[in-house]
Each structure stands twice: as structure tokens, then as C-alpha cells.
Write a protein that binds this ligand. Sequence first.
Ligand SMILES: CC(C)(COP(=O)(O)OP(=O)(O)OC[C@H]1O[C@@H](n2cnc3c(N)ncnc32)[C@H](O)[C@@H]1OP(=O)(O)O)[C@@H](O)C(=O)NCCC(=O)NCCS
Length: 161
Amino acid sequence: MSLASEGKREITLRFLAQPTDVNFGGKVHGGSAMKWLDQAGYLCSTGWSGRYCVTAFVGDINFHNPILVGDLVEVDAKIIHTGRTSMHIGVTLNSCNPKQCEFSKSIHCIMVFVALDEGGKPVEVPQWQAEDEADIAMEKYAIRIMDLRCINQKELDVLIK
Ligand SMILES: CC(C)(COP(=O)(O)OP(=O)(O)OC[C@H]1O[C@@H](n2cnc3c(N)ncnc32)[C@H](O)[C@@H]1OP(=O)(O)O)[C@@H](O)C(=O)NCCC(=O)NCCS
């Protein structure tokens, strides 16, 4: 049973930042954090579509606050727009010292996953409908930045041959 068939569009991962995740300064590697975002996005898109999904795009990632070893990490991923075969996912990573449990936002980004059939071809996904004002505004934003990305990509394709 997929998330879509249950009317759920959001998943949350919770875990502790391990000593193997950190750099020499005791802070989590950017690469580790990006892996967690990707895992949460994968789980959300695969759960929604009931299909194997691949990452097609990762939007601007801003690292707002460092994550330290032993921090409690919470990664929330939710569908914010569905295309024919793609799912746009808003991913937020919050972290805190588990002794205080005061979460601070560390990272937010938008990722696009595409569902694939057994032959590896993009396949249609269940449609998600925005219902409240916040979701409608977020979906509009996702569509707007997708259009901007197309313009930017065309420019980059000319610059990098
Ligand atoms: C993503 C991928 C399956 C798209 O294949 P494709 O042949 O370009 O397929 P299509 O042109 O039919 O596009 C399929 C969907 O992907 C979307 N898409 C493709 N590239 C995209 C990109 N760079 N950014 C956002 N969306 C993208 C299209 O808009 C389309 O969405 P829609 O059906 O909702 O309108 C293919 O490019 C791929 O396999 N890329 C590598 C993925 C990968 O290895 N990821 C890392 C490891 S998981």
C-alpha cells in the first residue's frame, strides 16, 4: 500500500549524527547531510508512487546551522508538486542537542524524483492536490522555480559545451 493510497504525502527520518558522519572540526560533512536529504526524498517519492524512483534534480541547498556529532537529526520530506512522472519534494533537515531538544533549521531544499517502471522508463505517478493556502503557495513556487531552472539550464548548456 503506497503513501498516496493512504492519503499521506510526508515522511520523517530521525536518527543521531554519528562520529563517522563528521569532519575534523566535529561537524557533519556536507556530503553526509546531502545523503540524508536524498534518502528522505527517495523514501517519500517511492512511498508516494509505489515505484522505484531516481533523483533528477536537487535545488539550492543552504546550510544554515552546523550539525554536531551526537545531535538528533530530523529530516522531513513532503510532496509539494506532482508532474506526470515526477514528484517535487520539499525537504527540511532540523537538528538539536538531544539534551535540550530545541530544534534549529539546518537545511531546506527542493528535490525532484522521477518514478521508473520495471524497464527503467519514467512512469505516471498518483497526482497530489494542494488543498490549503500554504500548499497552494508552495506548489506555485515549485512550478515557478522549475520554469526558471529551464531558462538557467539553457544558458548553462551554451556556456558549457
Ligand atoms: C531522471 C530521468 C529518469 C529522466 O529521464 P528522461 O528520459 O529525461 O525522461 P523524460 O524527459 O520523460 O522526463 C521525465 C520526467 O523527469 C523530469 N525531469 C527530467 N530531468 C529533470 C531535471 N533535471 N530536473 C527536474 N525534472 C526533470 C521531466 O520534467 C519529466 O517530468 P514529468 O513527467 O512530471 O513532466 C533520467 O534523466 C535519469 O535516469 N537520470 C539519472 C538519474 C540518476 O542517476 N540519479 C542519481 C541516482 S538515483
